[in-house]
Ligand binder design. Structure first.
Ligand code: HEC
Length: 177
C-alpha cells in the first residue's frame, strides 16, 4: 500500500510544480500582450504611448472617415492628400450624430505629398474630462514620416485653428450632428 501511495503523491506534487511554473510564465507574458496605451481615455498620455497603441491597434484597419476615401484632397496646412481613420468609439459618434466625441475617440489623419509619399501623421485623441477643459480635452499629436514628433499634448497651435469648429467638438472633416 505505502509503496503505491508514495509515487502517486510525488506525481501530484510534480504536477503542481509544473502548473505553478506555467502560471508564472503566463504572468510574465501578460504585460507584453497588453496594448501600450489602452484605447480608453487616460488622464494624460504621450506621443510615444499613443503611437505604440496605434501600431498595436493597426489603425490602418480602422474605418475611414465616413464619406472620405483614400488620398482625398486636403486644405492647408495639412497637406495635399489625406487619408483619415477613426476608431470604433469615434465612428459611433459620427454615425449616431452624437454632437461630440466621447473620451477614448481617436482620429488619425495621414498627410501625403502630391506624389503620394507620406509626410506626417496627425492625431486627435479625446482624453479624459479635465485634461484640457478649455479645448474640449483633445490630446494633439503630429508625427513626421521619419518618426520625429513635431507636436504633442495640449498644443495651442492645433487647438487654435480647430477652434473655428468649436461647435463641432473641434472636428473639421465632417459634422458630428
Ligand atoms: C490653420 C488651421 C489648422 C491647424 C493649425 C491645424 N489644423 Fe488640423 N485640420 C485643419 C483642417 C482645415 C482640417 C480638415 C482637413 C483638411 O481639409 O485639410 C483638419 C483636420 C485635422 C484632423 C482630422 C480630424 C478633424 O478635425 O477634421 C486631425 C486629426 C488634425 N487636423 C490634427 C491636427 C493637429 C495635430 C494639429 C497641430 C499639429 C493641427 N491639426 C493643426 C486645420 C488646421
Amino acid at each position: 500500500m505505502i509503496g503505491r501511495m508514495i509515487p502517486a503523491a510525488l506525481v501530484v506534487a510534480s504536477l503542481a510544480t509544473v502548473a505553478c511554473q506555467r502560471a508564472e510564465q503566463v504572468q510574465e507574458e501578460m504585460p507584453a500582450a497588453q496594448p501600450a496605451a489602452p484605447p480608453m481615455a487616460q488622464p494624460d498620455t504621450t506621443a510615444a504611448a499613443l503611437w505604440a497603441h496605434l501600431e498595436q491597434a493597426r489603425y490602418q484597419t480602422w474605418a475611414m472617415w465616413p464619406g472620405k476615401g483614400k488620398l482625398y484632397k486636403g486644405t492647408e496646412p495639412h497637406g495635399m492628400l489625406l487619408t483619415t481613420y477613426v476608431n470604433a468609439r469615434g465612428l459611433d459618434a459620427v454615425t449616431n450624430k452624437a454632437g461630440t466625441m466621447p473620451a477614448g475617440a481617436i482620429v488619425v489623419k495621414e498627410n501625403y505629398m502630391p506624389d503620394s509619399t507620406l509626410a506626417a501623421v496627425t492625431v486627435m485623441y479625446k482624453a479624459a474630462a479635465g485634461y484640457d477643459a478649455a479645448n474640449n480635452n483633445w490630446f494633439w499629436m503630429k508625427r513626421n514620416a521619419d518618426g520625429t514628433v513635431e507636436a504633442q499634448g495640449r498644443v495651442p497651435m492645433c487647438a487654435g485653428c480647430h477652434a473655428q469648429k468649436k461647435a463641432n467638438d473641434y472636428i473639421v472633416t465632417g459634422p458630428l450632428k
